[in-house]
Design a protein around this ligand. Structure first.
Ligand code: MRU
Length: 354
């Protein structure tokens, strides 16, 4: 993505890899929008921590971070013993897979990397990095394709609502829900839901849109019903952390389900933009998707430029499910790299999307 830093335009990726140092390089998303800085992880354990503490976040971005983390772990192995190497890679895989449970992208990304590793230890180490790089590049290419397909839904002057952050920061670059905006010349206005409790919409999506000069405003999550009732929203596009091919159910940031219910109530089309890595081909029921429960402190406070501040009554407790699952019948369509499809059509398209 192109950003302006201290008056200078520069091109950056959300997730990258430094081969010489064997380090994963991440835009530190915990600091945005107040400070832009990169963070480096020196080993796979640090990479897993960066995923858990949301230095890097968003389904595609944690997919790429896990792919690079697996390569990083594989490359750190010393010796030629194939069995010991495989045991080591198993442990790296497990650590990264457990860093965040809801998005399927890290699993798909690491399976892809592992599937490419064969031969001697040295050959596998080389192939792991190559495969991680290919995953990252494919992520960008797929987001561009999503942009081209999604742009067909846009008409000049539209008001589009998006939730959380499924933009360039949530992927290696470009993003999914925001990709159609970057692929069109039409003037579109975006409503970014604040997305409590971590405010990815207010902090990250708004920052990205401002960097791209896209007209937008932030709304409280609770304002959406009112805006839809008044006819102020024409279209909703969100991302997803896991779409079940068998049922078409969509796991996404907490609050997505209620947006989809409101959109149906007010006949607003509700689209979900996803790359291939977000599709779960095996899971049978949305209720089986592991929903991450995060620290209650996130709900009991709010992020400020000066750090985290408690806003809730002292002594009160909280629940903090980070994702929810939207049934397929509430989803108008999935914007994929191969076109816009109905959630129920995914299985038929496995040869193209699998
Ligand atoms: O908890 P996060 O910020 O990692 O959540 C991910 C998201 O931003 C959303 O759920 C998004 O719509 C899907 S990721 C492209």
């Amino acid at each position: 993505m192109k950003i302006t830093l201290n008056g200078r335009r520069r091109e950056v990726r959300t997730v990258d890899f430094d081969v010489r140092q064997n380090e994963v390089v991440l835009i530190d998303q915990r600091r945005l929008p107040h400070r832009f800085q990169f963070s480096r992880t020196r080993n796979f354990r640090q990479t897993a921590v960066a995923i858990t503490n949301m230095t890097v976040r968003g389904a595609g971005a944690i997919g790429a971070a896990a792919a690079f983390g697996l390569a990083q772990g594989a490359r750190a192995f010393r010796g030629k013993d194939s069995q010991a190497f495989e045991a080591h890679v198993d442990a790296v895989f497990k650590t990264l897979a457990e860093a965040r449970p809801t998005a399927v992208d890290p699993l798909n990304a690491m399976r892809q990397v592992r599937g490419r590793m064969s031969g001697t230890v040295a050959a596998k180490q080389k192939q792991a990095l190559q495969a991680a790089r290919e995953f990252a590049d494919a992520d960008v290419a797929e987001c561009c394709a999503i942009g081209r397909h999604g742009a067909r839904l846009l008409r000049a002057g539209m008001n589009v609502l998006t939730h959380c952050n499924a933009g360039a920061l949530a992927f290696v670059d470009v993003g999914t829900a925001t990709a159609p905006l970057y692929a069109t010349n039409k003037r579109i206005h975006i409503f970014c839901t604040e997305t409590r409790p971590r405010a990815q919409g207010a902090a990250l999506t708004a920052w990205e849109l401002a960097q791209h000069g896209v007209p937008h405003c932030v709304v409280a999550d609770t304002a959406v019903g009112h805006l839809m009732q008044r006819g102020e929203i024409d279209l909703v596009i969100t991302g997803s952390d896991r779409v079940l091919a068998r049922t078409g159910e969509v796991a996404n940031k907490i609050g997505t389900y209620q947006l989809a219910v409101l959109a149906r109530r007010h006949r607003v089309p509700f689209y979900v933009a996803i790359p291939r890595s977000t599709i779960d081909w095996e899971m049978r029921r949305g209720v089986d998707i592991p929903i991450e429960e995060r620290d209650e402190a996130e709900v009991l406070g709010a992020a400020t430029a000066a750090g985290w501040r408690r806003t809730a009554n002292p002594g009160s407790r909280a629940r903090n499910p980070a994702f929810d699952v939207t049934p397929a019948r509430l989803v108008t369509g999935l914007i994929t790299p191969v076109g816009i499809v109905k959630p129920g059509e995914l299985r038929r398209l496995r040869s193209k999307l699998g």
